[in-house]
Design a protein around this ligand. Structure first.
Ligand SMILES: [Zn+2]
Ligand SMILES: [Zn+2]
Length: 178
């Protein structure tokens, strides 16, 4: 299973945003926001101000619900997002990204574009029945999302921090049992 690059990028960005709400929060200041935009470059309108940041922060619970929903419910949430937004789909090519669909006009608020990019990516996920690639981190104490875009589906944790913590714990448990 391979998603297109723009679908994978939209999923990574949405998961990053959702996980930024977990402690310690990583999307609080305009400096945090600049760092996000450096990692996930968006074309189109960018205000880079407190209002735009607040809208993105407020969008996170909705993204989380969409990303974690069972397949049929995910389809409903995608439909609600599409119905809530003025969609003007067109093919675009920009800054090293080959032809792909922008469903919302470039001058619309970033939070609206992120919502619909996520919805469009989830259309691919739903059609391929690949919702199991998005889950809650396997660490008992972590509620962040884990996104597995690998071929062999090895990734169960949200981050290398959680992967390493659990590898160490498993090692200690083996030693204690021996
Ligand atoms: Zn684009
Ligand atoms: Zn985790």
């Amino acid at each position: 299973m391979n998603f297109t690059d723009d679908t994978e990028e939209a999923l990574r960005s949405a998961v990053w945003l959702v996980n930024s709400a977990e402690e310690p929060e990583t999307l609080e200041t305009l400096a945090d926001y600049d760092a996000f935009l450096a990692d996930f470059p968006y074309s189109g309108r960018l205000d880079r101000d407190e209002a735009e940041l607040a809208e993105l922060r407020d969008l996170r619970p909705r993204l989380r619900a969409m990303l974690l929903a069972p397949r049929d419910e995910m389809a409903e949430l995608v439909n609600v997002a599409l119905a809530d937004t003025q969609i003007t789909p067109r093919l675009v090519r920009h800054e090293g990204v080959d032809w792909h669909l922008h469903a919302v006009a470039d001058e619309r608020p970033l939070a609206e574009r992120v919502l619909i990019e996520t919805a469009m990516a989830l259309i691919d996920v739903i059609r391929a029945d690949e919702g199991s690639r998005i889950s809650i981190c396997a660490d008992d104490t972590c509620q962040a999302l884990a996104l597995d875009l690998s071929r062999n589906r090895s990734k169960l944790y949200c981050s290398t921090t959680c992967t390493n913590r659990n590898a160490v714990a498993a090692y200690r448990a083996r030693r204690a049992g021996a």
